[in-house]
Design a binder for this molecule. Structure first.
Ligand SMILES: [Fe+2]
Length: 293
């Protein structure tokens, strides 16, 4: 199937404190604030106008995860498919500004997805970066009431490709056109487990840990190395309770046609979650952020 999704889009978070949320992400990861309004604050790790949008809301949760389509035709095609699949379409306009077109829908398995035209790119003033840290919004890790059903849906409807999975779809990882091992990952449950940034290097992961300690906080888990994707990872919890991953070295899949998805065992003795052998704390598994419509 031809790719309809080019790359990760954005994460839209509802919060009572957009400005504080954005400043915390900037302090921890080095993202820059690109827009600050009364009801919304946007941050970016590169030339894109928005990686994460914080929208003023009495609730805390994720409004939608954005996936950047190849072009307007791909948005149209996914709109048509969402309708024919009988999906609940929430809107045909984007949640964020400087994006031309979008379709936002609720999957039958819980996640809310917004497929959108490319986010505007802008020149970055050198003074806007503090010399650190992350360089790209990398992926989201979702929870679905039926991960196998979710698998069938995203491969059929969005054209995502399976990169790896565990035997019973306790976890599955999907890629899009940009060739990174995964843009979307999924497991059983409800909500979103985390979203992830790609860092320039391992030193940036240490910098995040140091920045947390300076604020009296600490990593939720890491540093370690994931099995599928082979990336170094670290996780922390933001002020809204959302888990943020900072990752380095995610595998690239250079040839879609030649890649055979791995089938991993998912148990405490396997190296799926950490090749180096550590186990996540219980709080890691329980840290879920709900979708709020
Ligand atoms: Fe992840």
């Amino acid at each position: 199937m031809t790719h309809l999704i080019r790359q990760m889009g954005y994460v839209v978070i509802a919060t009572p404190n957009p400005d504080g949320s954005a400043r915390d992400l900037a302090d921890m990861t080095g993202v820059r604030i690109t827009h600050r309004g009364p009801d919304a604050v946007y941050v970016s790790s590169n030339a894109r106008f928005c990686d994460v949008a914080y929208l003023q809301d009495a609730r805390r949760g994720v409004r939608a995860v954005g996936l950047e389509a190849m072009d307007e035709n791909a948005v149209d095609e996914i709109y048509r498919r969402a309708k024919s699949e009988g999906m609940t379409i929430l809107a045909d306009t984007p949640l964020v500004s400087k994006v031309k077109r979008a379709v936002r829908f609720v999957t039958p398995f819980g996640p809310v997805i917004e497929v959108h035209t490319p986010v505007a790119r802008e020149n970055i003033p050198p003074s806007a970066t503090n010399g650190a840290h992350v360089r790209r919004l990398e992926h989201v890790n979702l929870r679905a009431s039926d991960p196998k059903g979710f698998h069938d849906l995203v491969t059929r409807m969005l054209g995502l490709k399976l990169s790896d999975r565990t035997t019973n779809f306790e976890r599955a990882w999907y890629r899009c056109a940009d060739g990174y091992h995964h843009t979307v990952a999924c497991g059983p449950g409800s909500g979103i487990h985390h979203y992830a940034f790609d860092a320039h290097g391992l030193y940036d992961l240490a910098g995040v840990a140091d920045a947390l300690v300076a604020k009296g906080r600490r990593l939720l888990w890491g540093i370690g190395r994931h099995g599928p994707g082979n990336n170094l990872f670290s996780y922390y919890v933001d002020p809204n309770g959302c888990v943020v991953e900072v990752s380095f070295g995610l595998e690239r899949i250079d040839n879609d046609d030649l890649h055979e998805p791995g089938n991993w065992e998912f148990n405490s003795s396997s190296n799926v979650l950490d090749r180096w052998g550590s186990q996540p704390p219980d709080s890691y598994g329980k840290a879920l952020t709900p979708f709020v419509i």
